[in-house]
Design a protein around this ligand. Structure first.
Ligand code: ZN
Length: 483
């Protein structure tokens, strides 16, 4: 590290641990409900409360969902796997240990391919293992005391750990979004970060470009939105770079993201696996996963985002970028395909979805599932442009109205009198009005300032309230101006 200077360029090395809540009705080792939002401590029993003498029993569904995810992440499913106790003390963990997996996780050596700036990058996944969630400490309420809610204790999680293959915050965010897409496609996790169904813990370090060894890494804990993950990683890399440039040293530690001050703060010092005193969980038998069960689950896998992305590029001839945007959400992909079936111009459909539709969805905070415009009306609008009923510009206004009211495009066009004016006589009258109203510009045009044509077109369009057929306006104007 002694050779670094002010001109050293640093490279980020990032690994991500993601905790995904598996979508089961009951917890991993008992029959308690996993439903979100229940009053504190109403979904607990002696097993998930960690009472002495109780015995956990593995929920078969958890195993199936874990295998399904492992296969979708191109991982190797370990035929012999077992649970381990991870010992630590914290008020939200009444047993004093978490049942997790350690040296024999359910899945190893997978990967996920993500699109970053139109390029595909493969990020290796070291392992995925099943574990139970802990409870939650609540520091709210009027009594200034802390409370513990154990409804989450025993909720099934799959922890998915990458190799340190990620080299930028953009790549990390792309990985997270793609992973979330895969989990939702598989229907193994609802992907809801706000409700804690998907939590991310990045570890980050810097090293001078060209250096092989990794720098000292810092881990960021429990961040619950894409935006915060991005901000926290950006801040942390800036903090480390400043430290290194000033001749300081990065300390291995766990830090928290403070959403109000937008900084990371120290949570605790470094910890190693041996601090947890892992040992095989004696209350659960080791898992022997039959090959035919793995095969059966493999056969049931749906088409995943990466395969769908490739197919969209191949089948519809749209750019990788479009395919990426359209396939990251299963329902959006389905919407696109439903539209293309009714209107065979994929790139036009893609453009309208990516600009108009996604903007409206974003503005209203809705997902595609709540979209008030069904595919037949969406494509109905595009057909109105094609057959000359309305201009592309008016179509955007109609689209907004369709989104707001859920009504059919033909109805809106008719009611608001938005039908495009293609009648030559009507357009000619408008052209004459404009030329009369702007004698100065007309004279300049005739003296050779031909770029004024755009000005005249604009004026005619304005007078027609955007309804004149632009092609016809151009044609008539040229004819009048140049004679
Ligand atoms: Zn329970």
């Amino acid at each position: 590290m002694g050779t670094q200077t002010a001109t050293t360029t640093y490279e980020a090395v990032i690994g991500l641990e993601v905790h995904a809540q598996l979508k089961t009705v009951s917890k991993i080792f008992c029959g308690c409900s996993t439903k979100f939002g229940a009053p504190p401590n109403t979904q607990t029993c002696p097993i998930c409360l960690g009472m002495p003498g109780v015995l956990p029993v593995l929920n078969r569904r958890v195993l199936e969902l874990a295998v399904k995810t492992g296969l979708a992440l191109h991982g190797k499913i370990t035929p012999y796997s077992r649970f381990a106790r991870k010992n630590y003390f914290y008020p939200d963990l009444p047993k004093g240990y978490q049942i997790s997996q350690y040296e024999l996780p359910i899945c190893e050596h997978g990967y996920l391919e993500v699109a970053v700036n139109g390029q595909i990058k493969r990020i290796r996944i070291r392992r995925a293992h099943m574990e139970e969630d802990a409870g939650k400490n609540l520091h709210e309420g009027l009594d200034a005391a802390s409370h513990v809610d154990l409804n989450r204790a025993g909720v099934p999680l799959l922890e998915i750990v990458t190799e340190p293959d990620i080299r930028s915050v953009d790549e990390a965010v792309a990985y997270l979004k793609t992973l979330r897409g895969v989990l939702v496609y598989l229907d193994v996790c609802d992907g809801n970060m706000e409700e804690g169904s998907l939590r991310c813990e990045p570890n980050l370090s810097l090293r001078p470009v060209g250096q092989k060894e990794f720098g000292t890494r810092v881990e960021l804990k429990n961040i619950n939105s894409f935006r915060f993950v991005q901000k926290a990683m950006e801040y942390e890399l800036r903090r480390q770079e400043k430290l290194l440039r000033e001749g300081g040293k990065v300390v291995q530690e766990t830090r928290l993201w403070n959403t109000e001050k937008e900084v990371t703060i120290v949570m605790r010092g470094k910890e190693e696996a041996h601090d947890y005193r892992y040992f095989p969980e004696p209350d659960l038998v080791p898992l022997m996963i039959p090959a035919d069960l793995i095969e059966e689950i493999r056969k049931g896998l749906p088409e995943l985002p990466d395969a769908k992305r490739e197919r969209f590029v191949r089948e519809y001839g749209i750019p990788i970028y479009d395919a990426e945007v359209l396939t990251i959400d299963k329902d959006l992909a389905r919407y696109f395909e439903a539209c293309v079936e009714l209107y065979a111009q994929p790139k036009t459909v893609s453009n309208w979805i990516m600009s108009e539709l996604l903007r409206e969805l974003n503005n209203s905070g809705q997902g595609i599932a709540e979209c008030p415009i069904p595919p037949d009306r969406f494509t109905g609008l595009l057909k109105l442009i094609d057959n000359g009923t309305i201009s592309g510009k008016i179509a955007k206004t109609v689209f907004e109205e369709m989104y707001r009211t859920g009504r059919a495009p033909e109805e809106i066009v008719k009611e608001k009198g938005l039908v495009q004016i293609s009648d030559e006589g009507a357009i000619e009258a408008l052209v004459d009005e404009v030329l009369q109203a702007h004698p100065g510009e007309l004279a300049s045009y005739r003296q050779g300032k031909s770029q004024l044509l755009g000005f005249f077109v604009g004026q005619v369009m304005k007078r027609s309230q955007g309804k004149a057929n632009p092609g016809k306006v151009n044609e008539l104007l040229k004819r009048k101006l140049d004679t």
